[in-house]
Write a protein that binds this ligand. Structure first.
Ligand code: NAP
Ligand code: GLV
Length: 318
């Protein structure tokens, strides 16, 4: 089968498919893209997915590859009926840069007391007596030293922070103190002032940002109690535990980009907590303009017989 006679299924929910479709039409004018398997299920060779409807990838006899339209793939595994074909995820300089911008922005905002100054401005209060720690006094710990965690770690190092990281297997990055595995988590937590979570949501990491974790962090550092930034997935965090840790002074502030339920329900107390910064799952959005040409390039190299890149480990689910 050639590229031009293979059909691509775009199976997305919660996102507007039009912009993906039009970028595809530009990048691969000869390929047919369908939004529905109806009448095409015998021809579909590739599926591009974001939170596909459960079961929607079954009954496609010619399906060869599933492409996640995001870096994370938990949105694929929430469907328990997935055909046994390779799953490829997004690894792209565009997405990595967006995430590093977000991490640097939030780390600097907490480091430079942004929450406090915005609250003071709202009350027209001039109060400047709090000490500003230098970056080299502050340890930023990154949970997840993968594609995104590594880049953020390097950029934070360049700003002068002390940086540490935690991963499943040992990862080595110049200038970054590495910890790994269940045993390494304790040492990692003991030393952090700002924790940035860039873990994938898997059966092993679900709910990891909990009171058990917060209780292992130091009580006091240059910024007061530690700060938590989660841009991984909402399922990693126990939201009542985060609120309790803030109210008990175990965490001094929190930035959350992701939530157990998205959109975050209006009834959530997180919305109005003075020490919580909320962004709407916007840390590193998938840009169709940047990503579609990269996906098309993968399709073309695959059809030339080259191996697929960025294949997901189905056992580990990331
Ligand atoms: P990645 O390259 O697969 O890296 C994942 C990292 O997490 C790796 O270092 C891995 O360890 C570590 N890890 C996985 N399971 C672990 C465990 N049980 N214990 C300790 N470490 C564990 O993923 P990525 O591209 O950096 O993306 C990370 C996540 O960011 C995605 O899965 C997604 O959920 C999230 N994300 C969010 C947004 C947003 O807008 N908020 C945008 C993009 C991505 P090893 O190095 O040992 O494998
Ligand atoms: C976004 O959340 C992604 O996984 O890329």
């Amino acid at each position: 089968m050639t590229g031009s006679d293979s059909t691509i299924l775009l199976a997305v929910t919660g996102w507007d498919p039009d912009v993906w479709q039009s970028e595809f039409a530009k990048a691969a004018p000869g390929r047919k893209l369908v939004l529905d398997t109806k009448d095409a299920n015998e021809k579909i060779r590739y599926a591009l997915v974001w939170k596909q409807r459960p079961g929607s990838l079954m009954g496609l006899p010619k399906l060869e590859v599933i492409f996640s339209l995001g870096a994370g793939v938990d949105h694929i595994f929430h469907d328990h009926q997935i055909p046994d074909v390779p799953i490829v995820r997004i690894v792209s300089p565009d997405l990595t840069m967006r995430m590093s911008e977000y991490v640097v922005w939030q780390v600097l905002d907490h480091h430079r007391l942004g929450l406090r100054y915005r609250q003071q401005q709202a009350q027209k209060v001039w109060h400047e007596d709090r000490r500003q720690p230098a970056a080299h006094e502050v340890t930023v710990g990154i949970l997840g030293l993968g594609v995104l965690g590594r880049d953020a770690a390097q950029k934070l190092r360049n700003l002068g922070f002390r940086v540490s990281g935690w991963s499943r297997r040992l990862q080595t990055i110049e200038g970054v103190t590495s910890h790994f595995g269940k045993d390494g988590l304790k040492d990692f937590l003991r030393d952090v002032d700002i924790v940035v979570c860039l873990l994938p949501l898997t059966p092993e990491t679900k709910g990891i940002l909990s009171m058990t974790m917060f209780a292992q962090m130091k009580a006091e550092g240059p910024l007061g109690a530690p700060v938590l930034i989660n841009a991984g997935r909402g399922g990693l965090q126990n939201e009542p535990d985060i609120l309790a840790a803030l109210d008990r002074g175990m965490l001094s502030a929190v930035t959350l980009d992701v939530f157990k339920t998205e959109p975050l329900p209006k009834t959530s107390p997180l919305w109005t907590h003075p020490q919580v910064v909320i962004t709407p799952h916007a840390a590193a959005s998938s840009s169709p303009q940047a990503l579609v040409p990269e996906i098309v390039a993968q399709l073309e190299s695959y059809e030339r017989g080259e191996p697929l890149k960025n294949i997901v480990d189905k056992a580990a689910q990331y």
